[in-house]
Design a protein around this ligand. Structure first.
Ligand code: 13P
Length: 239
């Protein structure tokens, strides 16, 4: 399975930045996915012409209804998106999303036939208190959808996001092994097929090392995904 390189553009990107996605699509790189802001999804799907899978950074748990300003998974699929990120720590922080909310969004994403990238991760205080595994266990217990099909987990330590800090490779390995154990306990043998991404301050300089860690099936990249040059450098460092 080639490593999956996913770019999360967060609240970045105007029309002119579509050129970066066109460049990524034209590069021939395999397994590069981008989640631009909602406003660019339509154009991104067109310029990527299937070469880069385009997705949403969030979705509502309902398919439609009176929810001003929200976007449903069905609407993303209707635009040609192929995946949706749910449970990102910035949504948990800024929008107060609970594990139950994340589970409802993951379920909605699967109902719309999107692949779902479900994010989990501990804060600095939780890591310092030795609670990392307990936090990951609780987040998975509360947020996993009913089956493993179409599911990807992203391990993103909150303290590593946008800080330039990353866990040691041993800590990444331990966290991914713990997540794998939880997923297999929950889904049985199907849990072995769930890809686990690492996210948090991934750059062209550290991607090769991170991608060589056992059970790191790819990376979820924020800041270093905003230009084709940087994201393609990460993609080309995959072993
Ligand atoms: P950075 O790569 O900017 O640390 O962001 C990681 C992230 O949150 C991806 O979802």
């Amino acid at each position: 399975m080639p490593a999956l390189i996913v770019g999360n553009w967060k609240m970045n990107g105007l029309g002119e930045d579509i050129a970066e996605i066109a460049h990524m699509a034209g590069s021939g790189a395999r397994s590069v996915w981008i989640a631009p802001p909602f406003t660019l999804i339509d154009r991104a799907v067109i310029v990527s012409a299937g070469a880069v899978k385009i997705g949403g950074q969030d979705c509502h748990a309902n398919a439609k209804g009176a929810h001003t300003g929200c976007v449903s998974a069905l609407m993303l699929a209707d635009l040609g998106a192929g995946f949706v990120i749910v449970g990102h720590s910035e949504r948990r922080r800024d929008n107060g999303e609970s594990d139950a909310d994340v589970r409802a969004k993951a379920t909605a994403g699967r109902a719309a036939e999107l692949e779902v990238i479900l994010c989990i991760g501990e804060t600095r205080a939780q890591r310092n208190a030795g609670q990392t595994e307990a936090v990951l266990t609780a987040q998975l217990a509360g947020s996993l959808p009913d089956d493993a099909e179409g599911l990807i987990i992203a391990y993103e330590p909150v303290w590593a996001i946008g800080t330039g800090l990353t866990p040691t490779l041993d800590d990444v390995k331990a966290a991914h092994a713990h997540i794998r154990g939880q997923i297999v306990a929950r889904f049985g043998p199907n849990g072995h097929g769930v890809r686990i991404l690492y996210g948090g301050s991934v750059t062209p300089a550290n991607a090769a090392d991170l991608l060589r860690v056992a059970d790191v099936g790819g990376v979820l990249v924020g800041g270093a995904s905003l230009t084709a040059e940087s994201l393609l450098a990460i993609a080309s460092s995959a072993p």
